[in-house]
Ligand binder design. Structure first.
Ligand code: IMP
Ligand code: MG
Length: 195
C-alpha cells in the first residue's frame, strides 16, 4: 500500500480507547475557521489579548489564533485539573496566573470545554479584577446540561451531550491530548482506577 494511503487510513481509524467518535479532525478544523470569523466580527480589526487555559485549550488556541489576522497577544493561565477523575470535585484554583498587563485591553478567554462552569467563573472574575476594556469567552465544547454555576460563553464551537470526552487537547489523567479528533472515552478506561 502506498505510504500516503497508509497514513490516511491510520488517521481515520478511531482510537481503541474511544467508545464513539464525536468530532472528526475535519469537523473541528471547519468549525474553528468559522469561530475565528465570528470572533473577528466581534472584535473588528483591533488588537486583543488571548488568555488560554492550559493545558486543555492548547491545541484549540493554537489553531484558532492562526485563523485570526488581528494583532494579538497571548498569555496562559493554569487552573487545577480533574487529575485522574472524570467529574470536577471541589473548587478549582489558579496554579499559574497570567503575566501580561491586561488593564484597559480587550481580552478573549479561551478554554477547551465548559462543564460545571466553575473554572470559567473563577478565571473570568480574576480577569475582571484587572479591569480589562472588555472580556469575551470562547470555548470549543459546551456541556450545557452539566452547569452548576451560571456561565454563558460568547463563542461556542459545539454543544455536546453529558459524556466524558478526550482528544484535541482534552485529557483523562494527562493522556489522549494528542488525538486529532474528539471522542467519548470508553468507561472501562476510567472505571478501573480512582475516577
Ligand atoms: P468546569 O469547571 O466543570 O466547567 O470544568 C472545566 C474543565 O474541566 C475543562 O477546562 C476541562 O479541563 C475539564 N473537563 C470537563 N469536562 C471534560 C471532559 O469531558 N473531558 C476532559 N476534560 C473535561
Ligand atoms: Mg481545562
Amino acid at each position: 500500500m502506498p505510504a500516503a494511503k497508509k497514513t490516511a487510513r491510520r488517521r481515520s481509524a478511531i482510537h481503541p480507547d474511544l467508545a464513539t467518535l464525536l468530532l472528526t479532525e475535519a469537523q473541528i478544523k471547519r468549525r474553528v475557521r468559522t469561530l475565528a470569523k465570528e470572533i473577528k466580527t466581534a472584535f473588528g480589526d483591533g488588537e486583543f489579548t488571548i488568555v488560554s487555559l492550559i493545558n486543555g485549550a492548547i491545541m484549540f488556541t493554537a489553531d484558532l489564533m492562526r485563523e485570526i489576522d488581528n494583532p494579538v497577544r497571548l498569555d496562559c493561565i493554569r487552573v487545577s485539573s480533574y487529575g485522574a477523575k472524570t467529574k470536577s470535585v471541589g473548587t478549582p484554583s489558579v496554579i499559574a496566573s497570567i503575566t501580561l498587563d491586561i488593564t484597559g485591553r480587550n481580552v478573549l478567554l479561551v478554554d477547551d470545554i465548559l462543564d460545571t462552569g466553575k473554572t470559567l467563573n473563577l478565571v473570568a472574575a480574576l480577569i475582571l479584577k484587572q479591569k480589562p476594556a472588555s472580556l469575551r469567552t470562547c470555548v470549543l465544547l459546551d456541556k450545557k446540561s452539566r452547569r452548576e454555576v451560571p456561565f454563558q460563553a460568547d463563542f461556542v464551537g459545539f454543544d455536546i451531550p453529558d459524556k466524558f470526552v478526550v482528544g484535541y487537547g482534552l485529557d483523562f489523567a494527562e493522556r489522549y491530548r494528542n488525538l486529532p479528533c474528539i471522542g467519548v472515552l470508553r468507561p472501562e478506561r476510567y472505571n478501573s482506577g480512582s475516577a
